[in-house]
Design a protein around this ligand. Structure first.
Ligand code: FES
Length: 368
């Protein structure tokens, strides 16, 4: 509802409708609002691993990773980890509420400050060990939300006035008595209640709605989430097998076309690509069946295979052929495949899980 007079008459601060400032903030508002909305829905409804505490990409796995380096480690260990599922739900709901509030203008400032607070939380956990700091994604989100919270929405494209009219209708008729003034507290309470309720309803209907609208992909949403809760974007593990060069995520097995179910690649294919992605077929050490795996050519006929789940927060590492490093796209962890997957940079000090292999007749096979 652009430029509602009612909104202006209610003394909202911030840039006025149609002003350069209000228009200029619109792209930021749309991007930040949509991103948090999507991130929250993804966590609670679309990504089956986020709230599955047995998954290596779950909120629990992420929190355990953050507990290694975050300044909030004592709090994470004492409060968040024992209540990981609840924390995951609350974070997702908060992200949805922030997104809805920023996009609709309902409880706008509360939503924007909430977004800033969430971003700060993500910065102190998911992004804390990212160096240099500007590789982290959460500070820019946080500052964007602070900007929105300070500036306000300028009554540009907001639903608040419409909501007020539904709940506090003006008396009709020429001789109708003057309406009792609605206190700001009542209005804020209404807006906050509607926003919270909308977030819960959206979280509940998101998955059925998605399945209804996109039935073909309804069963294929195992998106190895993870990644920082930060910015809420949550990274997605790309599917598809074969070459794992550069930052592409490995996956899908049987690429080797080998004779054994534990065959993961041919030496020729790995040498040619530098690294090769597969899917871990069975439990091996800390590696779970279905985890993405990667086998790397180390030169001189040597190879090393790893569970490709980052030990920080569960994103899938990719291979950087220039640096000969396994690199995590989420927060920059780097693991040295020539040194048993030891971390050399980033927010984790836990090495990748090395997978024992044997090589015979040009075929690389896992040893379970
Ligand atoms: S998931 Fe954070 S560095 Fe890999």
């Amino acid at each position: 509802m652009p430029g509602s007079r009612q909104g202006q008459s209610q003394g909202r601060s911030g840039p006025s409708a149609g002003s350069i400032a209000a228009s200029a903030l619109l792209p930021l508002r749309l991007f930040a609002g949509f991103t948090f909305l999507y991130a929250g829905i993804d966590k609670i409804a679309l990504d089956p691993t986020f709230l599955d505490l047995t998954s290596r990409t779950s909120i629990l796995a992420q929190l355990q990773g953050y507990a290694h380096a975050s300044p909030l480690a004592p709090l994470i260990t004492a409060v968040a980890i024992p209540n990981a599922w609840l924390m995951g739900v609350l974070i997702a709901l908060a992200e949805i509420a922030v997104g809805l509030g920023v996009l609709s203008g309902i409880a706008f400032r509360a939503a924007a400050w909430g977004g800033a607070g969430l971003s700060l939380l993500f910065f102190l956990t998911a992004s804390w060990s990212v160096h240099p700091y500007y590789y982290g994604q959460d500070l820019p989100y946080g500052l964007g939300f602070v900007t929105l919270a300070i500036a306000g929405h300028g009554d540009l494209y907001v639903l608040g006035p419409w909501l007020d009219r539904q709940f506090f209708p003006a008396p009709r008729g020429r001789h109708a008595p003057a309406p009792a003034p609605v206190s700001a507290e009542r209005r804020h309470l209404l807006h906050a209640g509607v926003l919270g309720l909308s977030a819960i309803v959206l979280a509940v209907v998101a998955r059925p709605l998605h399945d209804l609208l996109m039935p073909a992909s309804a069963t294929g949403l195992s998106g190895g989430s993870a990644g920082g809760t930060g910015g809420g974007t949550g990274s997605t593990v790309p599917a598809g097998g074969g070459s794992a060069s550069s930052s592409s995520g490995p996956a899908a097995s049987s690429a080797a076309g080998g004779s054994s179910p534990l065959a993961i690649a041919t030496t020729a294919a790995v040498v040619q690509a530098g690294a090769y992605g597969f899917q871990v077929p069975t439990a091996i050490g800390n590696a779970a069946p279905g985890d993405p795996g990667v086998v790397v050519s180390l030169g001189s006929g040597k190879f090393a295979a790893f569970d490709a789940v980052c030990t920080h927060a569960g994103c899938t590492v990719g291979f950087d052929p220039q640096a000969v490093m396994l690199v995590c796209p989420c927060h920059g962890a780097e693991f040295d495949p020539r040194n048993n997957g030891q971390p050399v940079a980033g927010p984790t000090n836990v090495p990748l899980t090395a997978l024992p292999i044997s090589i015979q007749g040009g075929e690389i096979t896992l040893r379970a």
